[in-house]
Design a protein around this ligand. Structure first.
Ligand SMILES: NC(=O)CC(=O)C(=O)O
Length: 285
């Protein structure tokens, strides 16, 4: 593989009943992915317990002094990989409230980024799908750009994908890949998950990875699964369905440049007709 290309692995993990079982599974799946040449690996949202607000309170843990943080750091180091550690409930100091946090590690096991889900999923999707995340989750308050050996990567969690402004800012700050870890509902997942990944990719001419847990119909909140990777052309280049799977995709910077050359959106913006916001000013992230 040329230096202008690297292998990304996204892990659509079936989340087991206990944190310990999930830790064991993460180690196994990470070994498998890096054994196949993956240089950047992504875990799904909420991989330490099933999607259930009652369980979240039980499994939440401090960052950086919790067992999951330690596991991810050690696993990144052992496998010499950039690890986007899905997300898990990070205790906030308030008894029933937590952050939905993704910790990101370099191949030396050092923390290089942390994203706390920004947008709260407070929605009324019908009689059985009234969700108010803000009752138990505290939103983060900053965007997250991570520098890796390959490219800059913008990070979002689940509902964050619905907000195009965030992806636009990531592109303006030089990201070539956006990673969203998300457990979409069965209501919005089938319609939105892939379409939004493709839209964020095509609008911004970046790769987009959308990574969820495998579907578990016994969970009170059934995640949609269907993880995928979209190319800068907006095409799905790798995907899976509902079950546990590792999905691999080559992130090819020559292709990315070619898309931007063929379709020069950045220089064609009609800034004389509509207002755009320039965020390429080196604002720290
Ligand atoms: N939980 C979310 O943040 C969003 C979601 O589940 C959905 O869009 O579906």
């Amino acid at each position: 593989m040329s230096s202008s290309c690297f292998k990304l692995a996204i892990i659509q993990m079936f989340v087991e009943r206990t944190k310990e079982l999930n830790h064991i599974k993460v180690k196994r799946l990470l070994r498998e992915a890096t054994g196949k040449g993956a240089k950047v690996v992504v875990l799904p949202e909420f991989f330490t317990c099933r999607c259930d607000p009652n369980l979240f309170r039980e499994v939440m843990e401090p960052v950086p002094n919790g067992p999951t943080f330690k596991l991810l750091s050690e696993a990144a180091k052992e496998n010499e990989v950039f690890l986007f550690g899905g997300s898990y409930p990070e205790s906030s100091g308030k008894p029933d409230m937590f952050f939905n946090t993704s910790n990101i590690f370099n191949p030396r096991g050092e923390l290089i980024g942390q994203h706390r889900k920004l947008h709260m999923y407070d929605v009324d999707l019908g009689p059985h799908l009234h969700i108010t995340e803000s009752h138990h989750i505290i939103p983060g308050n900053r965007l997250t750009v991570v520098k890796t050996d390959y490219c800059k990567i913008g990070v979002g969690i689940c509902f964050d994908i619905q907000f195009p402004e965030m992806a636009r800012i990531y592109r303006q700050r030089g990201c070539d890949l956006l990673i969203y870890m998300g457990a979409m509902t069965l209501k919005s997942g089938p319609v939105h998950w892939k379409v939004l990944s493709q839209a964020r990719a095509a609008d911004n001419q970046v790769y987009v990875a959308a990574v969820g847990p495998a579907t578990d119909v016994t969970s009170p909140y059934v995640p949609w699964g269907h993880s995928s990777v979209a190319s800068p052309w907006g095409e799905i280049i790798a995907s899976c369905e509902s079950e546990e799977a590792i999905v691999y995709a080559d992130i090819d910077f020559d292709y990315l440049k070619e898309v931007r050359r063929m379709l020069p959106l950045e220089s064609q913006r009609r800034k004389d007709v509509y207002k755009t916001v320039d965020l390429t000013d080196g604002t720290p992230v």
